[in-house]
Design a protein around this ligand. Structure first.
Ligand code: SF4
Length: 330
């Protein structure tokens, strides 16, 4: 009789454990989509054009279309993002100053700062098409301007493809840094470390230009953009190994503005909107688009963004991004 009781008790415990496991699994699966959608689009990168006047060999947002949303639609999308919790917008491309000679991005910058009152409005550009008149008209609305510069050696820029014809890329940097100071825009530099520049020492020129932030990326492969049969670039010959990236970082450890971004940090930690205002999910090593936020709303589109909020915070995605908080000496 006693043996029989023990067997029954053991069997009951087994069933209880199995049910507990089943309940926890079902609960996790049920909550998983909610967890993924609980994200607020706090910081968004809007690549509104894919057109560019440069031909960088590693470019990972290439000219696959020439589409740009009508201005009113772009503003409508930006308003929806603000209502969903956006605090920072970055305009990128392609080259943002190529469309309507910078007037389009200028009007979006003004709209986001003056009408939407976003904390931070920023642009990433190659710098080659920016004129002082643009700063006169729109500089007051812009918090940060990031200019791409991978090398202070003109031949290296030429090899990478950071150029338009024979025009010097480097000649654009100093005037832009001066205009940023004159019109009170924080100046930033972005560098992609690749096979052609990983051994370079950029310290003295960077220290002289004195950006508020120097973002240093490891060259990244994205299927359909810079690798694969349907890509417009083949960046495989530009890729470097982790130890090469680390050696570049070590060489520049005296530059306090340096913010490194390895491949693993970069891939899923950005909320990227393409020219149709679709979120691009990079988790599978390519850019899988959601539906446009203009058609399905921000919350629904966000479910397909692949955004890793923890990695966003880990890579320092939240920083002092408003120029009024930077205490800059202009
Ligand atoms: S500047 Fe180079 S990396 Fe940037 S969008 Fe143009 S081609 Fe691509």
């Amino acid at each position: 009789m006693a043996t029989c009781e023990i067997v029954v008790r053991e069997a009951s415990m087994c069933i209880f454990r199995a049910l507990k496991w089943l309940f926890e699994t079902v609960l996790w699966v049920a909550l998983y989509p909610w967890k993924k959608t609980a994200t607020r689009p706090e910081s968004v990168n809007y690549h509104f054009t894919r057109q560019c006047n440069y031909q960088c060999g590693f470019c990972f947002h290439t000219a696959k279309t020439s589409f740009v949303l009508p201005l009113d639609d772009a503003k409508r999308g930006l308003l929806m993002l603000k209502e969903a919790g956006m605090c920072k917008i970055n305009f990128s491309g392609g080259e943002p100053f190529i469309h309507q000679k910078g007037e389009y991005v200028g009007e979006l910058v003004r709209y986001c700062k003056e009408e939407l009152q976003l904390e931070s409005v920023t642009i990433v550009s190659n710098g080659s098409l920016i004129k002082e008149e643009w700063f006169q008209k729109y500089g007051r609305y812009l918090d940060i301007l990031a200019i791409s510069c991978d090398s202070f050696n003109e031949d290296t820029n030429y090899t990478i493809g950071r150029r338009q014809g024979n025009k010097s890329h480097l000649s654009t940097l100093k005037p832009i840094e001066g205009w940023c100071r004159a019109y009170r825009v924080a100046f930033k530099i972005n560098t992609v470390v690749n096979i052609h520049n990983w051994e370079e020492d950029m310290s003295s020129e960077i220290l002289e230009l004195n950006p508020v932030r120097w973002k240093v990326f490891q060259c990244l492969l994205i299927g359909g953009e810079n690798v694969g049969p349907d890509a417009k670039r083949n960046a495989e010959s530009f890729v470097i190994l982790d130890h090469q990236f680390q050696s570049f970082l070590k060489r520049h450890q005296n530059v306090k503005q340096l913010v490194p971004e390895s491949n693993s940090m970069m891939r899923d930690s950005y909320l990227i909107l393409d020219e149709y205002m679709r979120f691009l999910d990079c988790t599978k090593g390519r850019k899988d688009p959601s539906k446009s936020i203009l058609d399905v709303g921000v919350a629904n589109a966000l479910k397909f963004s692949g955004f890793d909020e923890a990695m966003f915070l880990k890579r320092g995605g939240k920083y002092t991004w408003s120029k009024r908080d930077m205490k800059l000496e202009w």
